[in-house]
Design a protein around this ligand. Sequence first.
Ligand code: IPE
Ligand code: IPE
Ligand code: MG
Length: 262
Amino acid sequence: MLRRKADWAKAIGWTDEEKKLLALLDRSRVPVHVAIIMDGNGRWARSRGLPRGFGHRAGVESLREVVRASSDLGIGMLTVYAFSTENWRRPSEEVGLLMNLLVEYLNREMEELCANGVRVNAIGRTADLPPAAVKALEWSRAKSAGNEGLLLNLALNYGGRAEIVDAVKGLVGDVVAGKLAPDQVDEKAVGRYLYTTGLPDPDLLIRPAGDLRLSNFLLWQLAYTEFWLTPVLWPDFRRLHLLKALVDFQRRERRFGGLHNP
Ligand code: IPE
Ligand code: IPE
Ligand code: MG
């Protein structure tokens, strides 16, 4: 039951550039929920003349750093897009490598994640992942279930449309079974059938690697999320970029369709 306090002053090793950004951050307005499309691993490897797998490996290091910084900064939850329902279209060697990296990451990091109070969860059609991945996820979930710090939500075999289809199936099933009346179906009710049930919508979406699209990520939940896009490739993404995104986020005015604040 560890809850690591966000103690920015004590967090070690901030560079001068990071310290300048930290000074601009309002601690009371750090986003509760940050979502990240971890993209650009292949391009990172290609630019170095390396096979794509090197990019995926390097991407895991970015995830480590971002999870750690998010926990230190007091972000409540981090939902990271790690494997989409469309990523099965890639060669089986690449898919296999990504699954191995997932298992390796969980096995290697769980101790430190737990020491920092991180709770691990996964969203998506995770039952259809290879058995070793399913097992590692179950183990990680169970091991970290009591932690009360950052929630690390791994989107795996995740698709926004698949999620909506699954939600509709669950909802229709409950209506047919008489557990839910048709006139009780509203936005809140739909939200309860999504994989993200109980979680607030992301405040901030970060997409590295320069593409300007959602690629089927959190279609329902991103309705009023602030976007932060950068050409930086995910394996080059560091906590400095996270801090830039947070400072930028705090300068935005979120109106949710209402009026401009005078
Ligand atoms: C993101 O990097 C990782 C996954 C989609 C699993 P990519 O592999 O998509 O890298 P690019 O987009 O080809 O550079
Ligand atoms: C989105 O990246 C999925 C993940 C990062 C897991 P993709 O590389 O699959 O997206 P597209 O194909 O460029 O839209
Ligand atoms: Mg990509």
